[in-house]
Design a protein. Structure first.
Length: 440
């Protein structure tokens, strides 16, 4: 064996996690933190740092990560490539005139950079809070980085719909709503850690709710209400705390009364009622199954695009039309008005877009990621290795994003992909950290 071959053999020889160099860990974590805080305001910086983090994480995972059984998640990478290639190949074979010239493999693969991120974050106990905290800080500061600052907030108070330059108001609501849900899940933990932290916590929650009110995004209001109701119901049913179980009736009655009072306040707010009632005709037409007469309002446009999508889904149900399927629906549905075709190029629904682009295989793939990681997390929570709050936030974010993605295709924009990767990297890192710490 030559000297070069011996060096190459040693270079690619797998080693234990304890042998991983500190500089690689520091470089990776620092790159992720910079990426998390800069993605909303400085995308060029984020692009460079995310590339560094992905390379560092993949190398560390390959060479030093045998203990965490990463092959379970790495399989998702190969499956995603396979789904996209099959979808593109079938499009080339069946409808070559509409197929893209080459496969776009980054569409689904972009959801999976949380895997190398998670390996790096798992190396240090507090790194998850650095990453999540950096992402939250970048978003909370967005009014002064990408938006119009205090002037834009004042405009929002005057009735103008604001978005802080984060694509549009729907994406702003997605970000701020996700942070609100996360803080709700960890508020008790934060209070127990230091009671003085309740003051900044309440201030941030007020700020988040104010923004959610000013951006006037109905699906965010609906998603938060559904999430809180379902999580409260789940906690009541699953509670093993004797004190809570004895007071279940009182807690449920208090929740119902609080919900009624809140509903009364909401319904007496002109801005909120106007935003809701503007879709009255669309909802009445849909409930009456009078689909042809659904007006092209904000929700009506969404509904008509979903109806159009069903025709394409029926034709290619298993692997879809390729990564440009959503555009094909808009461009080649004859009965859609021309101004809709010019203004919109997507379906405002992650699930319909997955079905059109990649068929049932694509939709199943997306939910499989949630299921596999959820199972990994649940196992560690049952063993007592991971705090129950991480289970709460996982379930809460799944519900919140689940509803939000029904009214906008967040997962197919950088906003959804960014937050998905940051969130999943944190969850997987908690699972992997338990394996690394038990080994040491």
């Amino acid at each position: 064996m030559t000297l070069v071959s011996r060096k190459l053999s040693n270079l690619f020889k797998r080693r234990t996690s304890e042998e991983q160099p500190a500089w690689l860990i520091f470089l990776g974590i620092a790159s992720i933190v910079v990426y998390a805080i800069s993605r909303t305001g400085f995308p060029k910086v984020a692009e460079v740092t995310s590339s560094i983090a992905v390379l560092a994480g993949l190398w560390g995972l390959f060479k030093y990560g045998k203990i965490v059984n990463s092959h379970i998640l790495i399989r998702f990478l190969w499956i995603s490539i396979l789904i996209q290639l099959i979808s593109w190949g079938l499009a080339q074979y069946i409808t070559p005139e509409w197929a893209e010239s080459s496969p776009k493999l980054n569409k689904i693969n972009g959801w999976l950079i949380f895997i190398p991120f998670a390996w790096l974050i798992a190396q240090r106990k507090g790194a998850i809070w650095l990453m999540w905290g950096a992402a939250v800080l970048g978003i909370l500061l967005s009014p002064w980085v990408t938006g119009g600052g205090l002037d834009e907030i004042i405009q929002g108070g005057s009735g103008h719909r604001i978005d802080f330059g984060l694509l549009n108001a729907q994406h702003t609501a997605f970000f701020f709503g996700s942070i609100f849900i996360g803080l709700c899940c960890f508020s008790k933990k934060i209070y127990q850690r230091n009671k003085l932290l309740v003051i900044p916590l309440l201030f941030i929650i007020y700020y988040l709710l104010l923004v959610l009110y000013l951006v006037q995004t109905r699906q965010a209001w609906l998603s938060i209400i559904i999430t809180l109701i379902l999580i409260f119901t789940y906690l009541m049913i699953m509670s093993e705390n004797e004190k809570i179980r004895k007071n279940q009736f009182f807690l449920i009655v208090s929740f119902v009364i609080g919900f009624i009072v809140l509903s009364g306040l909401v319904l007496n707010n002109d801005r909120i009622t106007n935003r809701i009632m503007i879709e009255k005709n669309s909802i009445l037409a849909i409930t009456a199954l009078d689909f042809d007469n659904v007006p092209y309002s904000s929700f009506g446009i969404r509904f008509h695009s979903w109806v159009a999508a069903t025709n394409f889904i029926k034709e290619k149900p298993f692997f879809g039309w390729g990564s440009n399927g959503k555009s094909l629906v808009i461009d080649h549905t004859k009965w859609l008005p021309d101004y809709i075709k010019k203004e919109f190029g997507h379906l405002h629904n992650t699930y319909f877009e997955l079905l059109v682009n990649y068929g049932i295989a694509g939709l199943f793939f997306y939910f499989s990621i949630w299921a596999v990681i959820g199972r990994m997390l649940l196992k560690e929570i049952i063993l007592g290795s991971v705090e129950i709050e991480f289970g709460y936030i996982y379930l809460s974010i799944f519900i919140f994003w689940g509803v939000m993605n029904f009214f906008e295709s967040y997962q197919n924009f950088w906003t959804g992909s960014f937050f998905f990767n940051i969130f999943m990297a944190g969850i997987v890192s908690k699972v992997w950290y338990t394996k690394l710490s038990s080994r040491s």
